[in-house]
Ligand binder design. Structure first.
Ligand code: NAD
Length: 489
């Protein structure tokens, strides 16, 4: 398949969506987007600068007033219409996610389905919102506690899941009564831009959802704009520090959803076949390991270590790697040439420094795939617990498999990290499952299953994995500020 034969090239939007219009703008720059599976240009896209951010904030402010002035039943209906519209475009948004960052088409529509589910869930909150009333000092005061929107919120998405961020964060922001400036990464602009257009088609006021792809400079313009009520940032810790510093100039609050170095604990009593499949797909195979939820530290009880490893490697070797638009392909490339070189550098450094034993993979894939940014699924064993391999998020198809003795040992290794986003536990022993879950320093614990983020489950990190929560009433509260009104009676 050549690039021109790929589907939906007619909806690879290359301009900014501000106030319902496609714009370029005076301070905008451009970026050549590359399709990671063949290294060829996809489109030259516009990146927002300070003027476009300012224009978007003004337009969003106006649209937000219009949005909150609507009766709640109408706002709920519009959000239901938006969920329906996303439903009707699940495959197209999936294909655009493939263009964005080469996630395989087998799973890409799942991102849009997740967005639809969250929009529908939060639509249900719009007309059921209520505050509290309580007595305070005696019977002569009425004490009212309300939740109100921030106004215009800036939502910054990582390249590995713009449609996921649409669900996790844009949906509750709108349901809470805010207008949104969504900033996807320059590496993955297309699904987010098309989503912005679908918002207009579904009847959202123009300017309520503005989509401004931008790089670090445009991102800084957004977070330091005085008109932004709150920033919701999803990405890496190093960027989060810059975002928090820039937002601090205006004391703008920032919610963060950051990276992970998740442990995946396999006890000897686990179903080892299921454990092998789950560990492979939640590890180096799923999205080529480029997921905040990647279970990159696989911990296996020593009694079953060899047996597990053999089954795990069998699952990995059977996965079909190739062009993500091919419906049979299960594993695609990594997102960019710099990302590929960085990941290969981590692998080479680990081998040279003897930080672990390279058990499979470790190299760029050549042949027919040689023009793309493909890396073999890579597994290390006997990993030095203090090495970068064991402590740093690699964000690629690289995992370690480590032995542990008993429950206490497993918990200690799992918690020995700066991160705390996800932990996976595989065991058939129910009391153990609960005991271990309680002891883990982790925002989410997934027992005998993959990480399936759902609208009802608040998702977010402990420690350096961030402070925000997405999903559930907690996800809605991220986009509301609290007002207390006292009335003397
Ligand atoms: P990143 O930190 O490089 O970029 C994130 C976003 O910030 C992008 O839109 C980027 O353009 C923007 N940005 C970059 N510099 C900026 C600046 N100075 N000011 C404002 N914005 C700026 O992260 P990434 O490589 O896009 O994504 C990968 C990271 O995201 C990983 O660490 C991953 O674990 C994390 N992630 C977390 C979750 C979660 O829910 N916790 C979900 C997905 C990804």
């Amino acid at each position: 398949m050549t690039t021109t034969e790929y589907p939906d090239t007619d909806v690879l939007h290359d301009r900014l969506l501000i106030g319902g219009d496609w714009v370029t703008g005076s301070s905008a720059t451009t970026h050549e987007h590359i399709y990671p599976a063949n290294g060829r240009p996809n489109a030259t896209i516009t990146l927002a600068g300070p003027d476009e951010v300012d224009q978007a904030v003004r337009s969003a402010r106006e649209a937000q007033r219009e949005w909150v002035a609507l009766p709640v039943g109408r706002r709920r209906d519009i959000m239901v219409d938006l969920a329906d519209a996303v439903h009707d475009h699940v495959d197209q948004l999936g294909r655009l996610s493939v263009h964005d960052f080469a996630v395989p088409m087998r799973t890409a529509p799942g991102h849009a389905m997740l967005a639809e589910g969250f929009i529908r869930y939060y639509a249900g909150h719009v007309d059921k919102a209520h505050g509290q009333v309580s007595e305070v000092s005696g019977k002569h005061d009425l004490n009212i506690i309300d939740r109100e929107p921030y106004g215009v919120v800036g939502i910054i998405a990582p390249w590995n899941g713009p449609m996921v961020v649409v669900g996790l964060n844009v949906a509750p922001a709108l349901a809470a009564g805010n207008a949104v400036i969504l900033k996807p990464s320059e590496l993955s602009p297309f699904s987010a831009l098309r989503f912005g257009e679908i918002c207009l088609e579904a009847g959202l006021p123009p300017g309520l959802v503005n989509v401004l792809p931008a790089g670090p400079d445009g991102g800084q313009s957004l977070v330091s704009h005085r008109g932004i009520g709150k920033i919701h940032f999803t990405g890496g810790g190093a960027t989060a520090r810059k975002v928090i510093v820039a937002a601090a100039a205006n004391l703008t609050p920032v919610a963060t959803e950051l990276g992970g170095k998740s442990a995946n604990i396999i006890f000897a009593d686990a179903d080892l076949d299921q454990a092998a499949i789950l560990s492979a797909w939640q590890g180096p195979l799923g999205q080529s390991g480029q997921s905040c939820a990647c279970g990159s530290r696989i911990l296996v009880q020593e009694d079953v270590f060899d047996e597990f490893l053999q089954r795990f490697l069998t699952v990995i070797s059977a996965a079909k790697i190739g062009d993500p638009f091919d419906p049979d392909v299960m594993v695609g490339p990594v997102v960019s040439e710099p990302a590929m070189n960085r990941i290969l550098g981590v692998i080479d450094d680990a081998v040279e420094s003897r930080h672990g034993t390279l058990t499979t993979g470790g190299a760029r894939i050549g042949g027919d795939l040689g023009d793309g940014y493909y890396i073999e699924p890579t597994v290390f064993t006997d990993v030095d617990a203090r090495s970068p391999l064991a402590t740093e998020e690699i964000f690629g198809p690289v995992v370690s498999v480590t032995r542990f003795r008993d429950e206490d040992d497993a918990i200690a290794i799992a918690n020995d990290t700066e991160y705390g986003l996800n932990t996976y536990v595989q065991t058939m022993n129910l009391p153990r499952a609960h005991r271990v879950a309680r002891a883990l320093q982790s925002g989410s614990v997934w027992i005998n299953r993959n990480s399936d983020i759902s609208p009802q489950g608040p998702y977010g990190g402990y420690k350096k994995s961030g402070n925000g929560r997405s999903g559930g009433i907690e996800g809605l509260h991220e986009f509301q500020q609290i007002k207390n009104t006292r009335i003397g009676l």
